[in-house]
Design a protein around this ligand. Sequence first.
Ligand code: ZN
Length: 293
Amino acid sequence: MYYFFVYFYSCKTKLISLILFTMNIKDNHWLEDGKYTEVKCPKNQQPFGLNLPDTIIIHYTVGSTAKSSADYLARDDVKASAHLVIGRDGSIYQLVPFNIVAWHAGESSYGNRTGFNKYSIGIELDNAGSLTKTGNSFISSFGKAYPESEAVLAKHRNEQSERYWHTFTEVQIQTCFDICNALISKYNIKTILGHEEICPGRKTDPGPAFPLDKLRNDLLNDVRKDSDAQPTNGTVIASLLNIRQSPSASAPLQANPIPKNAAVTILEEKDGWLRVRTEIEGWVKKEFIQPIK
Ligand SMILES: [Zn+2]
């Protein structure tokens, strides 16, 4: 039985309640005893660099069980791994301690960084990914059928139309929130991203069934707002940054691109985009704006 507490959090504009299970991380960089099952993964031995990790990357497994995915990722002959796998019943498998680099990101880029393994902790959630409707069943890419109650029709942030996705369970999402909260307390975590955001086009995880924006808003943005450190000004870090009429890569351009090092005022954030003001107003990808505190 989990012990939990209710944490009320207030900021200027709203009152948010977060229900968090207690979770701690030991000084040896493993989760606290009794909360996880260790799966030995000796292939990962390289420690993170100074002040790292500072990012969490969220994934789904496209596997049939958390245990089978954890065992697969731990294999010596598999060139992938992750720090954690979270099951649909909230069970946790830890493969790699949090001070050691795991291999979950692959070729990846976001903002001015590439190769996210060296910056980030990788959390895998047991989930089948996208599903194809066949009669009353919803079939995964590996051929397993799921009931309608486990399928949700939703539009992926990197796609134009809706399709079916395997749902996450409440306890699984709650466990993920709780672990991220513990990681933020223990490490220098500043950013939470989906694999789909650092590998757009190549990866679709964790997809629209996972509340990724809520996770980072609840655990990162609102804390920043409360400490009055929410940035309102920023600098362009791309060599030329497209500015669009709405927060979408397919939206019409608002004006000529903004040059590198240009100063902008940040007005609003939505789905990984920022509405900014320079000489004009429009939407730009958040990853190419460096906030000025
Ligand atoms: Zn992934």
